[in-house]
Design a binder for this molecule. Sequence first.
Ligand code: 4NP
Length: 150
Amino acid sequence: MKILMVCLGNICRSPLAEGIMKQKIREASLSWMVDSAGTGYWHVGELPDRRSVVTAGQHGIDITDQRARQFQVADFDRFDQIFVMDTQNRRDVLRLAQTEAHRAKVMLMLDELYPGEDRSVPDPYYDDNGFEEVFTMLDEACEAFVNRVA
Ligand code: 4NP
């Protein structure tokens, strides 16, 4: 199973999602692969946002090996499951899809917890206090995915 986490900048939400999913995979001794990307290009090459690094660290997860990259069309073939953090990410990714098989790989992260409700993981970029809440949502969603699929 190859999983790609996608948000806008690939510095706040999707790096957390990548780190959390990798930890769950390690704990379950699965040999899955996880990566993350942003629909935007502004932060390419950067470390995750300091606030995501700190929040992950408080939960025993090191995400400082990650560097931001932009989502590319080839990712549709490289990954089995593409989790998007919000409905705008979903629009941006689906716009690049070339086949129905590509489209079928794209799913809102919170659909794991609230199927069909179109719930988004809020963008914490302008909210210093939002990171812990985002962590909790991602942790629960990743847990649900592993329990459903593993
Ligand atoms: P992310 O958060 O999509 O969770 O990485 C953001 C990061 C940067 C910006 C917006 C959202 N930005 O506008 O630069």
